[in-house]
Design a protein around this ligand. Structure first.
Ligand code: Z3R
Length: 294
């Protein structure tokens, strides 16, 4: 008998299909992520497999637990703990309003998961509402950590859906090849703003050019003065010198401390962005639920 029995399809992710399933050994409900790799070559590259297996050690209450990895017939199946919904669905059911306390709680938990992974030098690179999970109790857990390093980020999902550019920092959009924790700090800033705006995305660009234009109209067009060597990036493009828009206008529900914290995420120069650890120490979180700090 098969150990995991699929109950229903949950959705199509960047790398494969996600199912709700029952684990007949433990009786628990789990999430299966089935990754299909190129059928014309040897299947799952051994480097990717090693990376994925290391992710089993990534244990933290704000990271979705990878319980098991199965590898057979050119298919890789990752078995995760099951969480009821993702942040995208949460937004859809929240009617466009999320209380400031909930925004603060979710964002603190997001930073906690991020800080933990960053301390181990594991990056996400593709943070977005679809891979942020919210339990019925209001616990937030990050999914898909480390997968981008194992598989790379494709232009399209395997299901031909276009991979979203909305959470990508300007350095990655202009072809920067060095990948660091700073990528996740840009993405998490976009998500912080989206939480405050009840699920309305901050920078919903439809292609690379339009994404960059939206970014620069928000934070001001960068130049060599604020970002040394920007013009040497592989896909550097010149843009008009847009002035920055005051953030109060784009996140009207956010308080002054939140705006100050957000401003430190949305910095074009990658090394100028705040770290997850420093963000958690920001005064915006002075009155966060003490239970979350444990
Ligand atoms: C682990 C990894 C990815 C996912 C997991 C667990 N659970 C997911 S996606 C999920 C998503 C929903 S319900 C469960 S949804 O209905 O809100 N899209």
């Amino acid at each position: 008998m098969q150990r995991y029995e699929k109950v229903e399809k949950i959705g199509e992710g960047t790398y494969g299909t996600v199912y709700k399933a029952k684990d007949h050994e433990s009786g628990e409900i789990v999430a299966l992520k089935v990754v299909r790799l190129d059928e014309d070559d040897e299947g799952v590259p051994s480097a990717a497999l090693r990376e994925i297996c290391l992710l089993k050690e990534l244990k933290h209450k704000n990271i979705v637990c990878l319980l098991d990895v199965l590898h057979r017939n050119l298919r890789l199946t990752m078995v995760f703990e099951y969480i009821d919904q993702d942040l995208k669905k949460y937004f859809d059911s929240s009617g466009g309003k999320i209380s400031p306390k909930t925004v603060q709680s979710f964002y603190y938990q997001l930073l906690k998961g991020l800080g933990f992974c960053h301390s181990l030098n594991v990056f996400h690179r593709d943070l977005k509402p679809q891979n942020i999970l919210i339990s019925k109790r209001g616990d937030l857990k990050l999914a898909d950590f480390g997968l981008a390093r194992a598989f790379g980020i494709p232009v399209r999902c395997f299901s031909t859906e276009v991979v979203t550019l909305w959470y990508r920092p300007p350095d990655v959009l202009m072809g920067a090849q060095v990948y660091t924790t700073t990528i996740d700090m840009w993405s998490s800033g976009c998500i912080f703003a989206e939480l405050s705006n009840g699920g309305r995305p901050l920078l919903p660009g439809s292609d690379v050019d339009e994404q960059l234009k939206r970014i620069f109209k928000l934070v001001g067009t960068p130049n060599e003065g604020v970002w040394p060597n920007i013009t040497k990036l592989p896909e550097y493009k010149e843009f008009p010198p847009y002035p920055a828009t005051p953030l109060e206008l784009v996140v009207p529900a956010m308080n002054a401390l939140g705006i100050n914290l957000l401003e430190q995420h949305l910095v074009c120069y990658p090394n100028g962005r705040i770290s997850a650890e420093d963000a958690m120490r920001h005064e915006y979180f002075a009155d966060v639920d003490p239970a979350l700090k444990l």
